[in-house]
Ligand binder design. Sequence first.
Ligand code: ATP
Ligand code: MG
Length: 395
Amino acid sequence: LPEDFKQALPVLEKIEQAGYEAYFVGGSVRDHILGLPIHDVDIATSAYPEEIKSIFKRTVDTGIQHGTVTVLLNDDSYEITTFRTESGYQDYRRPDKVTFVRSLSDDLKRRDFTINALAVDLNGNVIDKFDGLKDLDKKIIRAVGKAEERFHEDALRMMRAVRFQAQLNFKIEDKTAKAIADNAPLLSKIAIERIREEFVKLLLSRSWQTGFADFLNLHLSEFCPGFKDKRTELAELLESKDKVFLDEEEAWSAIGYVLNLNHPEFNHFLRNWKVSNKTREMSVNTLKMLHLFESQDFDVWNIYKLGLDNFKRVISLCQIFQIEFDYDKLRQKVNQISIKNSHDLAISGKDICQILEVKPGPIIGKSMSQIERAVVEGNVYNNFDELRHYLLSNQ
Ligand code: ATP
Ligand code: MG
């Protein structure tokens, strides 16, 4: 057993001593078998939530309605979920009803893909009801049971398939792939936040190109905001052979670029995807800067205003899109910018009041911006006496 599992063993042992079953399940089992790092260890049990709460002293009801209780033991916390089946799915998303059950097999049956439907007991034995081990070995993503039905139950699983494909560099098995292509329109039933979460994980994966290619080929993209009839444009992203995106903002900007969106359109597009305000603003600024570089416009004030933090994203995007520019010239210009933001100025608003002998007011802000620009453009040194002199002579 890997270290992360060993640490959780006392939890499983306590549950078993109380007369119930407990297993490691889900992503941690899959990643352990693949030899990948494990992030969170999920535990599934035959004990009902109330029973788990009576076994352990310290617990938190993290998701009690779907059977999840967090157990605190020796400075660590563990999510323990009761075996359950789901039924209903009237709306192609959440089940109408969750039923707690005592059988591990029933719990594994409701899981999305065979590689995610493995369990490990406290002795390290693997329970493999759906040939998940074989699929792990053959690098295949295959729905548990009838793919069509499984995507009808929860359409998000189609996005999860391409996400896992990108993360693991696996292939989606033929019947599963066909079921995605046939049912892609059901994606419209799913909340955009949930789609986005999977989509961003896909984009930030090592082998994102494989997942993204199927996202397009299996028509999932058609049912995402701003992607309708844009397969050809989006496919341009795939030409960047083995580039990876540094972060979410770079990935979004790359998409804005291939979709040929102007800045207000891109902003609107990101609002439709409901990305956070911070990510949206940074992505828009990154795209703006990319457009500046493309037109060889290296105005230092513009670059500074768009944020130097975006600089490395833009350089990376220029590689992806083979945008040629005079790197040395740009580097030289950027290096000459001596401040990160207005807080780095060697003069404060209070100083300005004293120097100009005025009371605080709009004039101060105006003077500050003027000084900031002069410093950024290299017209005055960022030192108090120089700035004071500049201020007085530019009255
Ligand atoms: P990650 O490494 O991203 O955490 P994961 O496989 O652990 O991957 P989770 O979203 O954490 O994914 O879900 C944990 C487990 O719950 C999955 O491995 C799968 O067995 C099951 N699961 C999660 N979401 C679904 C779903 N929409 N339909 C069916 N089973 C699901
Ligand atoms: Mg997980």
